[in-house]
Each structure stands twice: as structure tokens, then as C-alpha cells.
Write a protein that binds this ligand. Structure first.
Ligand code: GLA
Length: 729
């Protein structure tokens, strides 16, 4: 890892383990150009790549036609309304109402370590394991400075970027759009991979041609969303796990975003990612700064698998802070699918008693314990225990659960307010709304205007009181609707465009307070399933509920898309009852367990009511969790087959870092008549180590398993799973 600046040629070079990222400054004019990103370059000087001469459109000897040059130059951070007509990195309106902006090099700074981003989640590093380059660009006419920041980490092929803007003029400037990163590239021949979805079917892979113009994804829903994950990758060889170039960009942010690729008239590409411009307008007074969130960029010269493992390692070592990230999480049982709103302490204690007998370690009480919440029509905001349900109060229940020998966790949805609630009766103005308009309800609820300090403080005090009232060791922080009717009584009329981002900053502030005040709390984020499963939230919680769809077969697809970019240790995954509540499918209990093992593992069913045979199988499944969780949590992940793509079977593997142990999960989704055995290529093992396949006498070299594959015999019936444990001899 190294970052250098060649004084003579004015070239910056950022080297990670296997990649280089190069930028150069145009002499005289100070334009900062992107020169290269890809496999590591041995040359320190790549200044010859800097584009300085461009022919103009009409025949001429003038090799520096201004607009022709600006419209082709690969700007590292491109400007607006000055001759580059492509999508810009930033758009502003200055005090005169003008939008022209051209940012040029002013100074730079290279140092060991990495700065925190104020108020925002971000990767972190020490002076020993990380390095940062900051380049300051400026536009003297508009009075704007932009500090572009690039950090790298020892042993990781990732570069994290962010931008901080400063208004150095004497007047107010409006930021109309701020991308956190744009990257100009000459290469073509890529497809764009993104993850789309909906409620109960999050993170499905989509590969698209990149056409001329804009190919993009976005969320303007106030959260990263079910619909699009703030991630994209330019891939050369489709879904190949080990060949072809792959460039990925991910957002460490949980709110509105836009990301995409623009293909110019010349076929060159400009990739971009940042806070979405729609409904965004930030008033930046003289002397103020605006910190844009961070993006993570990776380059792999050998397919998607390398990208996945880089992101997993980066998030595990430089993003997730919780002490639980490296620990086995308690096997929990959550009562949502068991009881929905229809429960009381007796029912919960009965579940806890039975769960304890099965080896389960924590009971999580989900939605419905507060106010008069007997359905989803009321009480959000009234965070007071419903003593009709929890007789004798919360502490009595928690003590009872603890006495049984289980830990206790609780569900909350702090960001919301039900119009039918005491809180709304007292503070109708606390909901996000536009004066004079009836705000759109979703799941019968409105969103609290957390941009207002008094609202934040009130909600935080309620959370704190609840957590201090009993021995609560886990919180599931839910968020069950997306934002609309953006209007805040706490913001002046010129600042209404700040609401969505300020809302996210407020959520981050609340979660920061929570993890600071309760350092031993295990926090799991959630949003109507997995609508806020993003790198931003991982800064606060080591795990996130993956999806409300708990069907093992649907989960194969959802967990495949999720694990493409997020470590398995972060994926909330539970075994639920059948027929599955979302899709009505019936799958073997064993398969449900094997699939949930790929995540945090737990149960989401009424253990007092499930079939006896299933209940008896729980201790075996819990045993497997304890046996394999160190691999799932800390191992390297290899996708062997994709059910999202082949619609027939799924296979993936985790290998310990020392390659002494591996676990392959295979699921035959549909049985075929007259089937043949499958030979699945197993990458990622140590070629020279002989592995024993547990439960058999077979011993085979890692290299053989990679070349010849492992034998998977056809199984009778649909939805059959198999775990294969490889142990180094
Ligand atoms: C969301 C969550 C579920 C459950 C319900 C409760 O949908 O994803 O797991 O907590 O809310 O209302």
C-alpha cells in the first residue's frame, strides 16, 4: 500500500496490494484528470496517459479547442456549465443565481491514517494500516473548495472516497447536487451489475448493457431501499467468479442516492455515485462545509469473487465497530411469525421455556408490546409498555426470561409515529409533512421529523428508559415505511431541500448515541425486512435483518445477492415455520436450518406449536451453528453456483483464512428426473493440502477439488440440502 505524488510530472499514484489508481494535473490550467484504475502498474510515472491535446470537431489545426477538450477530458471531479456537457460531479447555484463551476487543483496532502467523517458512517483505519490522500480543488469565481479524499488499507484492494465542500465566498451558495465520486474511463465492453428488489425479494442481480446516455439506479425513498441497493459494478465477464475485470462502487450511506454510468458520444464512460439530486438542495452559508458520504471502490482483475471477498474483509475489519462482529451471536427466537401482535407474557414465557430446552439462547419480543398496539394501526411513538399484555411490566417478563436461562431482546421502531397515538395527539407537528397537505400514510404510519432536536431527544430518552428498565441485551431497530411529503416545520423555506439528508444524519446520531451509551448492546437494524441493508447501517449494527421473506428457497436468492457484497456475519437469517407465511411453500426443516446457517442464525416460529420432529431437530441445528459459525463469520466466501442465475440449484463455500477448514452448502432446489451426479468445482482451498470430507473416507487435494470438483449426487425431491465439511489432514 502506498500513495505517491510525482512532483515533476504532477501525478498522483495510489497503490493497493494489486491495483493502481492514477491521477494527473494539467500544467497551467490545473485540471485534475483521471489517468488509470486497474491492475497494479510497476511504473511510478504514468503521466503520458494524461489527455492534454484533443482535436476539435471540425477540421482544424487547433489541437486545443476549448469545448472539445473540456467535453472529453476525464475529469476526476467534473464541473458544470463551463463546457463539459456530460453528467457533472457537482452542481451549485451561487449568490448571483449562476451555476457555472470549474474546480481546479490547489493543493494536496498525503498522510498515514484516515479521518472520520463528521456525523456520517465511514470506514476507519489506523496510522499503521491505512493511508489517505486529500486533494483540494477550488473555483475562485464561485468561491467553492472541494477536498477529494482517497484512503486505502493494508492488504485490501479497495479505495474509499469522499468529498468535502467549503463555501469560501462571502455569500450563501446552494448545493444542488453532490456526487461522492465520479470515475471517467476509456474502456468499454462492460455490463452494469446492480441489485434490484422489492419487499420480500431484496437484492436480485441484474446485468444490463450500458447504452449511450445514462444507465442508472436510484432511491428517493429516504432510505437505501428494497428497490435498489446502493451498489453497482462494471463487469467484463458477466457473473464469472474468477475471470474478467470488475469495478465496483458501493455507498456507505443509507438514504437517497443515485448511481450509474454515462456513456459519452465517444464511447467513454463516466461512473457516478452520490446523494440523489432529486429533492436535494443544501444551503451552504459563507464559511460552512458540507461533507458528502463515503463510497467504496474496488477493482478485481479476476472476476466477481475477488470483489466479494475484498468487500467482506473491508467491512469486517474497517467498517463494523460492534464488539459482536467477531463473536458468535446468541441463537435467538423471535416471536413475530410465531404470534404477530397476539401475545402476552405467558405466551412469551412458554416459548422461552421450550426454546431453552432446544438450546436456543435469546428471546426477542417483536412488534406489539407497547401502547395499544394490537395491530399495525396505532401506537408508534408511544413507547410505554402495554401492561395488559406484559402483566407486571417489562422487567418482570425479562427477569422471567432470564430465569429460564435466555437473554432478552426487544423490537422498536423509533423513527415512526402513528396518527393514532398519544404522541401524535400531543405533537401532530412532529410528523414529516407539507403544511396544508394530508401526508401519505404507509402501513398506517407517518415518519417523525427527526431533523428537529426536540423530537430526537424525546425519542432517544424513550429508548434509553426502556433499555434501562430491564436487562435488555439486544435491540431490533426497525423502519417500516419510506419517506414522502418532505416538509419540516423545523427548517426554513430555503432549507426544505435538506430534509432527507438531515433525516439520515439524525438517524445516525441516534444510533451513535445508542451504541455509545450501551456498548454491550447487540443492535440489529431492519427496515420492512432488508430495505436498509447497506454499508452505512453496518457502522452501527453488526447485523441487519435480511428480508421478511423467511422461505428457505427465496432466501437462497436473497442471501446470494446480499452476500455478493456483505459479509455473512451481517445477514440476519432465521428458520421459520411452514407453509411459509410469505410464499406458502413447504420445505424440509433441515433445509431451512442449513440455509439460515449462512447468516446470524435463529428461529422465527412458535416453538411450542411446530411439529414434534422439527422441534427435536433444533438442538442438532443449534449444534451445527456452534460448530460452523467461526467459518461463516470470519472465513473467505466463494460462490460455486448461482440459483439466481440457474434456477435449479445453489452452492457456496466458506473457507477459514488458514485454509484448514471449509464448509460447502449445496441446495437442490428442483429435482430432475433421471438425474446425474454433479461435479462442482471447488475454488479457494490450499492446492497442496489434502482435505478429508467429513463423514466419509475420501481424502483429496485442494488442487484436485478445484480441477475435478466435488461429487454431488442427485437427491430425491425438491428443496434438499447438503452440508459438506472439509477438514485439512
Ligand atoms: C417489519 C420487520 C419484521 C417485523 C415487523 C413488525 O416488517 O421486518 O421482521 O419486525 O416489521 O411489525
Amino acid at each position: 500500500m502506498n500513495i505517491t505524488f510525482l512532483e515533476k510530472d504532477r501525478v498522483f499514484k495510489i497503490d493497493t496490494e494489486n491495483t493502481s489508481y492514477v491521477m494527473g494535473i494539467v500544467d497551467g490550467e490545473g485540471f485534475l484528470g483521471h489517468l488509470y484504475y486497474g491492475d497494479k502498474l510497476d511504473d511510478t510515472d504514468a503521466s503520458y496517459l494524461l489527455k492534454t491535446i484533443e482535436p476539435q470537431y471540425t477540421p482544424s489545426t487547433n489541437m486545443r479547442d476549448r469545448s472539445s477538450f473540456l467535453d472529453r477530458f476525464p475529469f476526476e471531479y467534473s464541473s458544470n456549465n463551463v463546457g463539459d456537457y456530460r453528467k457533472s460531479s457537482i452542481e451549485i447555484t451561487d449568490s448571483n443565481g449562476h451555476t457555472g463551476l470549474l474546480l481546479c487543483y490547489e493543493s494536496h496532502n498525503i498522510f498515514n491514517g484516515k479521518k472520520a467523517l463528521e456525523g456520517l458512517p465511514a470506514t476507519f483505519g489506523t496510522e499503521k494500516d491505512s493511508m489517505t490522500l486529500e486533494i483540494t480543488l477550488a473555483d475562485k469565481v464561485a468561491g467553492i473548495k472541494a477536498v477529494l479524499s482517497y484512503s486505502i488499507f493494508e492488504g485490501l484492494d479497495a479505495i474509499v472516497r469522499s468529498v468535502k465542500l467549503e463555501n469560501v465566498s462571502s455569500d450563501t451558495v446552494y448545493l444542488d447536487k453532490v456526487m461522492s465520486a465520479t470515475v471517467d474511463m476509456d474502456q468499454d465492453g462492460f455490463k452494469l451489475l446492480t441489485l434490484h428488489g422489492s419487499w420480500a425479494r431484496e437484492r436480485m442481480m441484474d446485468f444490463r448493457e450500458i447504452g449511450y446516455g445514462d444507465t442508472s439506479i436510484e432511491s428517493f425513498r429516504g432510505e437505501s431501499s428494497h428497490q435498489f441497493q446502493p451498489f453497482m459494478a462494471l463487469v467484463q465477464n458477466g457473473d464469472s467468479q474468477d475471470t474478467g475485470k470488475v469495478y465496483s462502487v458501493s455507498f456507505v450511506y443509507s438514504g437517497n442516492f443515485e448511481a450509474g454510468v454515462c456513456k459519452s458520444q465517444f464511447g467513454s464512460l463516466r461512473a457516478y455515485m452520490g446523494i440523489g439530486a432529486k429533492n436535494f438542495r443544501w444551503k451552504l452559508k459563507s464559511g460552512e462545509t458540507f461533507q458528502a458520504p463515503e463510497v467504496v471502490m474496488t477493482y478485481s482483475g479476476c472476476g466477481l469473487g475477488k470483489m466479494t471477498r475484498t468487500l467482506h474483509d473491508l467491512y469486517r475489519t474497517h467498517l463494523i465497530r460492534s464488539k459482536y462482529k467477531d463473536l458468535e451471536r446468541p441463537v435467538l427466537i423471535n416471536n413475530w411469525e410465531a404470534t404477530y401482535f397476539d401475545f402476552d407474557s405467558d405466551k412469551l414465557l412458554a416459548i422461552a421455556r421450550q426454546a431453552k430446552e432446544c438450546g436456543i439462547e435469546m428471546l426477542v419480543m417483536d412488534d406489539g408490546w407497547f401502547g395499544e398496539r394490537n395491530d399495525d394501526n396505532s401506537s408508534l411513538g408511544d413507547w410505554f409498555v402495554n401492561e395488559n399484555k406484559l402483566k407486571g411490566g417489562l422487567k418482570k417478563l425479562v427477569d422471567g426470561v432470564n430465569d429460564i436461562g435466555l437473554k432478552f431482546g426487544i423490537w422498536m421502531e423509533p423513527e415512526m409515529i402513528s396518527p393514532k397515538s398519544k404522541l401524535f395527539d400531543e405533537h401532530p407537528d412532529w410528523a414529516i409533512q407539507i403544511s396544508g397537505r394530508v401526508p401519505c400514510r404507509s402501513r398506517n404510519q407517518l415518519v417523525l421529523d427527526l431533523t428537529r432536536k426536540e423530537v430526537r431527544d424525546y425519542i432517544y430518552d424513550r429508548i434509553k428508559d426502556i433499555l434501562n428498565s430491564a436487562n435488555i441485551e439486544y435491540v431490533k431497530w426497525d423502519m417500516n415505511r419510506q419517506l414522502s411529503d418532505l416538509g419540516s416545520l423545523g427548517l426554513d423555506k430555503e432549507s426544505q431541500g435538506e430534509l432527507s439528508h438531515r433525516y439520515m444524519l439524525a438517524v445516525y446520531e441516534l444510533q451513535e448515541r445508542l451504541v455509545t451509551d450501551f456498548p454491550n448492546l447487540l443492535l440489529e437494524n431492519c427496515s420492512g425486512g432488508g430495505a436498509r441493508f447497506d454499508a452505512g447501517m453496518l457502522y452501527y449494527s453488526p447485523q441487519i435483518w435480511c428480508s421478511d421473506d423467511t422461505d428457505a428457497i427465496e432466501r437462497l436468492k436473497i442471501q446470494e445477492g446480499t452476500s455478493l457484497i456483505f459479509p455473512l456475519s451481517t445477514m440476519g437469517a432465521h428458520v421459520s415455520d411452514c407453509p411459509n407465511h410469505t410464499v406458502g411453500r413447504t420445505t424440509p426443516f433441515k433445509t431451512r436450518g442449513d440455509v439460515a446457517l449462512a447468516g446470524t442464525f435463529g428461529y422465527e416460529l412458535d416453538v411450542t406449536k411446530i411439529p414434534e420432529a422439527d422441534r427435536k431437530d433444533i438442538p442438532r441445528q443449534v449444534g451445527l451453528y456452534h460448530k460452523y459459525n467461526h467459518l461463516v463469520r470470519g472465513g473467505d466466501y466463494y460462490r460455486i453456483a448461482s440459483y439466481q442465475r440457474n434456477h435449479e440449484y445453489d452452492a457456496y463455500m466458506v473457507v477459514s483464512k488458514d485454509k484448514k477448514e471449509a464448509l460447502i452448502t449445496y441446495v437442490q432446489v428442483v429435482a430432475s428426473p433421471n438425474g446425474m451426479r454433479k461435479l462442482l468445482r471447488v475454488p479457494g482451498l490450499d492446492a497442496d493440502i489434502s482435505y478429508r470430507i467429513e463423514g466419509s473416507d475420501v481424502r483429496v487435494l485442494g488442487s484436485t477439488l478445484e480441477k475435478a470438483g466435488i461429487v454431488i449426487n442427485p437427491k430425491g425431491g425438491d428443496y434438499q440440502s447438503e452440508l459438506i465439511h472439509l477438514i485439512a489432514e
